[in-house]
Design a protein around this ligand. Structure first.
Ligand SMILES: [Zn+2]
Length: 464
């Protein structure tokens, strides 16, 4: 542990106890659509203490950034799977390298949206929060509620669900994720989570074979929805994806469901790039902007080279393009403040989910949504969806100092979010280049013996 702590401290450029002043460059606060000249930001005790005016720099670490660099609130990945599945043996949550990679990409807050190994994820969160490891904030989801959890039964009663929610809240869960759940169980989950003041999101279906349509989940009080809006365009006599691949948005059905989301303030995590990833990988979004393979162990790189190429899922390619219309239509209907950025990328080694935040922002901008709106989706919308917008999501006095500084202006070109120059979490300043260098060659198994655990370990591991 002391070795980890030493590395952690070495990676922090300036620590929380001293104040930090950011001078120069541009500022996007996420309270408006414009970038402005940075008037000077004072960070003290992990919070934004002052913006503009006469800043007393005595004893402070002064960070002078270049004219063409931009300060933004840290990004929220609202569907941030730490899970990897390199060998098709099941998903394993990766907690050694991924936290560092998320932070280096400017992702200062993550909601894992269903954890395969919730105890392991909890330990990672405690290490990060305790300062023994670097990483983003983890708004723990705990395990999946629904058939996505191995061993789940549709017979689990409301009392058991309430007890489980209480247990995971005591373990630090901050929101919950349903996937493959039935109506009565979802109702119990929502009720139990709301008793703790926490939100529930769901990967739902159409109503087909006992599943729940997002429309009906909204009636039950769900707070957020993943992947598709559902509604009457998703009839219960076929699966959601059967309807999704034929969805058109200029219909009364679409207008009704969009209005329902807006009227009820339900957040929508669209995960457009996840569909593109399983499809033909739109070369604009999936262009190589960095070498993600360099973080894999040499052993794993070799093992992945020997693997068959991934088969294109035609249905998801179709949905990727439908989502372009769907997102724009929801935005045009007035739902932009409800759209969040979620990557949903359980990696098999080709791309790594901590880098996918940039792909998802780009994919949503390519739907015709203004860059500034996309940046708000990645910041303040995420904070609001998690119920923490009083502390996070914008650059404002009194908020926790989670910031990312990029080269270029992402309101002019959203791809500039890729160029992280500095990351600040809770007032601690990190150099992304050093963070990345610290985990090169460390992701995944390093030998045949270790590979067995990575390929087959997930199914046997604890889900509780
Ligand atoms: Zn997912």
């Amino acid at each position: 542990m002391s070795a980890i702590l030493a590395i952690t401290l070495a990676l922090a450029v300036a620590v929380q106890d001293s104040s930090l002043v950011i001078r120069g460059g541009r500022l996007f606060t996420a309270t408006s659509d414009q970038t402005v000249a940075n008037p000077g930001i004072l960070i003290r005790a992990g919070k934004i203490a002052q913006i503009g005016g006469t800043i007393d720099e005595t004893g402070a670490h002064v960070l002078r950034i270049a004219d063409d660099e931009t300060v933004l609130p840290g990004f929220f990945d609202m569907h941030a799977h730490y899970a990897v599945d390199f060998f098709g043996g099941g998903r394993i949550d990766e907690t050694e390298v991924y936290p560092t990679l998320f932070l280096a990409n400017g992702v200062t807050s993550t909601f894992p949206a269903g954890e395969m190994q919730p105890e392991k994820m909890r330990e990672a969160r405690l290490r990060i929060d305790g300062g023994q490891a670097v990483g983003p904030r983890i708004f723990s989801s705990g395990p999946y509620f629904g058939s996505a959890r191995p061993g789940w039964s549709h017979e689990i009663g409301a009392d058991s669900i309430a007890k489980e929610v209480d247990y995971w809240v005591a373990q630090g869960a901050r929101a919950f994720k349903a996937k493959g759940i039935r109506g009565p169980q979802l109702a119990a989950l929502i009720q139990a989570a709301h008793r703790h003041g926490l939100t529930v999101t769901g990967h739902l279906d159409s109503g087909f074979r006992g599943s729940v349509n997002p429309r009906d989940a909204i009636a039950l009080g769900i707070d957020r929805i993943e992947h598709f809006l559902g509604g009457d365009a998703f009839p219960a006599d076929r699966t959601a994806y059967d309807s999704f691949e034929k969805l058109t948005v200029n219909t009364p059905e679409f207008a009704r469901i969009a209005k329902l989301f807006i009227d009820r303030g339900v957040f929508y995590d669209a995960t457009r790039s996840a569909y593109g990833y399983y499809g033909k990988q739109d070369p604009q979004v999936f262009e190589a902007f960095t070498d993600e393979q360099r973080f894999l162990t040499p052993y794993l790189r070799g093992a992945l080279r020997a693997r068959q190429p991934r088969r294109v899922v035609d249905r998801f390619e179709t949905i990727y393009w439908i989502k372009k219309d769907e997102l724009k239509a929801l935005y045009d209907a007035g739902g932009g403040h409800l759209i969040t950025i979620g990557t949903d990328h359980p990696s098999w080694g080709q791309f790594l989910s901590p880098f996918s935040i940039h792909r998802e922002m780009h994919a949503i901008a390519l739907a015709g949504i203004p860059n500034a709106a996309v940046l708000k989706m990645a910041t303040i919308n995420g904070a609001r969806a998690l119920g923490v917008s009083d502390r996070l999501g914008t650059v404002e006095v009194g908020k926790w100092a989670d910031l990312v500084i990029v080269k270029g202006d992402p309101t002019a070109d959203i791809r500039n979010t890729r160029n992280t120059r500095h990351v600040i979490k809770a007032g601690v300043l990190y150099d992304p280049a050093k963070l990345l260098a610290s985990v090169e060659g460390k992701l995944g198994p390093a030998s045949d013996a270790e590979a067995a655990a990575w390929g087959l370990g997930a199914r046997a591991s604890s889900n509780r």
